[in-house]
Ligand binder design. Structure first.
Ligand SMILES: Nc1ncnc2c1ncn2[C@@H]1O[C@H](COP(=O)(O)OP(=O)(O)OP(=O)(O)O)[C@@H](O)[C@H]1O
Ligand SMILES: [Mg+2]
Length: 481
């Protein structure tokens, strides 16, 4: 967008004055020419149409080339963005792809250079042709003027008139030339406008409804009714998801990787809209709720933690701009990150780096939990919020999360049995539907998806977590080991 806008700005800013002055010169010159001798004026003008045709051709060529060159520049920028981003550059190093990425960049760069050169050169022959025609004009006037003078049938025609006409005709060609060049520039910038409007004209699919409702979201039921959703039509993901989380309850969502757990919860703050079926909060369809109101009421700890380049404090204030220092410290204590922050030389003014690169995965996660505690939302969504934490920091935070979940409707996507066991009910997402739901014991008894997951995923984690705890002995006993 930036390059496209820069590309059109010069045309827009320089054009108006240029049009006005050129048209003024053109009109006054025409008046002067026609009062002196309309015949000679017409003869001088026969070359003008010959200039218009090539200017059209050049304009169209430039339109095509500039579209291509800017598309190529996009590709080049993307390579720069991806390979020089924090995670990207790490990946390049670890897979020793420096040479490949460099070559890739050089190749794209050469393509851009080639097209830009072609574009710059495409106007050259046009200028040659124009120069040639504008030399022909005076020749024609001398020829015709001389002929009329010799024949002597126009007494008003003198050598002086002929000389003056030739002098003036050059003043006519210059504005015509400038205006035609402007036409070419315009056609070229049209290509950029097309690109800009392609983007601006994209429909906003998820927008706030007019006169959106602002219902109380506190402790309301969240209900999914026959929800269907896919990212692309040929790959159905959720086919018929129905469940209700009663107000104030905390439900866990489990399921195989890629089954659509994150997708299910993203439908509540309307990061995506359902294809069919409804998601309602307290009986109100989320689509009828004012979008800002809805999102203000929902706190999400996402699966991959994102922090902005800035200080710890700035990142925390993202949740609540006017939070007092006490509130912030309180939230950080609850998220078990306060001590770490204080141990840093700059405390809350510690820079987190691009995407939070200067913090460990667990520290980032604890910060993002502190951020949600600070937001104090009505509805809480945790997408594997504690996945990057060791069991000691997890149990420290667990308490804070449990306090938060109390008196709030919550959905928790979890891989850890300890988290799952604390939920009021467990929903199992598999095969595009809620395949099973119930308590841990009920689900184990079903001998279905949940049991499989338990045996392959949760068990290994719990073995590690509670290596010599009572729980393990009980489990082993239950399994007859
Ligand atoms: N933005 C997207 N565009 C297209 N496909 C997507 C998008 N996000 C997710 N998917 C696909 O949808 C499916 C479900 O993704 P989702 O993130 O909901 O899974 P998940 O159950 O949360 O998995 P995990 O346990 O690994 O986090 C996956 O197959 C994924 O490839
Ligand atoms: Mg997920």
């Amino acid at each position: 967008m930036n390059t496209d806008i820069n590309g059109v700005s010069s045309v827009i800013s320089g054009t108006l004055t240029s049009i006005v002055s050129n048209v003024a010169t053109l009109v006054t010159t025409l008046v002067a020419l026609f009062t002196m001798s309309w015949k000679l004026a017409l003869i001088g003008m026969v070359v003008i149409p010959l200039l218009i045709i090539p200017s059209r051709v050049v304009g169209n060529t430039r339109f095509r080339l500039v579209t291509q060159s800017h598309a190529k520049q996009d590709e080049m920028n993307q390579i720069i963005n991806e390979t020089l981003s924090v995670s990207g550059s790490m990946l390049v190093k670890i897979f020793t792809r420096e040479k490949k990425e460099y070559d890739n960049f050089v190749q794209k760069n050469e393509e851009v250079t080639k097209i830009s050169l072609k574009e710059a050169q495409s106007g050259r022959w046009f200028r040659v042709v124009m120069g040639m025609f504008t030399q022909i004009g005076p020749l024609l006037i001398y020829l015709a003027g001389g002929y009329f003078l010799i024949k002597g049938n126009d007494p008003a025609l003198t050598v002086g008139t002929i000389t003056a006409t030739v002098a003036l005709i050059n003043r006519l060609y210059r504005p015509v030339e400038s205006l035609l060049n402007l036409g070419v520039d315009f056609t070229r910038s049209l290509a950029l406008f097309t690109r800009i409007f392609d983007y601006l004209d994209r429909p906003i699919t998820i927008k706030s409804p007019e006169n959106g409702q602002t219902p109380d979201l506190h402790c309301r039921d969240i209900e999914y009714k026959n929800v269907e959703f896919y990212y692309s039509e040929d790959k159905p993901l959720l086919t018929d998801v129905s469940f209700t989380v009663p107000g104030g309850a905390a439900y866990a969502i489990v399921g195989p990787s890629g089954s659509g757990k994150s997708t299910v919860v993203n439908l509540i703050p309307r990061l995506y809209d359902t294809i069919s079926g409804t998601v309602t909060i307290g009986g109100v369809n989320v689509r009828d709720i004012d979008l800002t109101w809805l999102r203000k009421g929902i706190g999400v700890v996402t699966q991959d933690t994102y922090l902005f380049n800035g200080t710890v404090l700035e990142n925390l204030r993202y949740a609540k701009e006017d939070a007092t220092m006490e509130e912030i410290e309180d939230a950080c204590k609850k998220a078990a990150i306060h001590d770490f922050i204080m141990s840093q030389p700059k405390g809350y003014d510690t820079e987190v780096g691009n995407r939070g690169l200067k913090l460990s995965g667990g520290e980032k996660q604890r910060l993002s939990i502190a951020r949600v505690i600070l937001k104090d939302p009505e509805i809480l969504i945790l997408d594997e919020a504690t996945s990057a934490l060791d069991s000691i920091s997890e149990s420290a935070i667990q308490e804070a999360l449990e306090t938060m979940m109390k008196g709030r409707t919550s959905l928790v996507i979890a891989h850890r049995l300890s988290t799952i066991l604390k939920a009021d009910k467990i929903l199992v997402v598999a095969g595009g539907v809620i395949a099973e739901q119930g308590t841990h014991e009920e689900l184990l008894a079903m001998n279905g998806v949940y049991r499989d997951l338990y045996e392959t995923q949760f068990r290994t984690v719990i073995d590690y977590e509670t290596a010599d705890s009572e729980e393990k002995k009980e489990n082993d006993k239950a399994e007859g080991k």
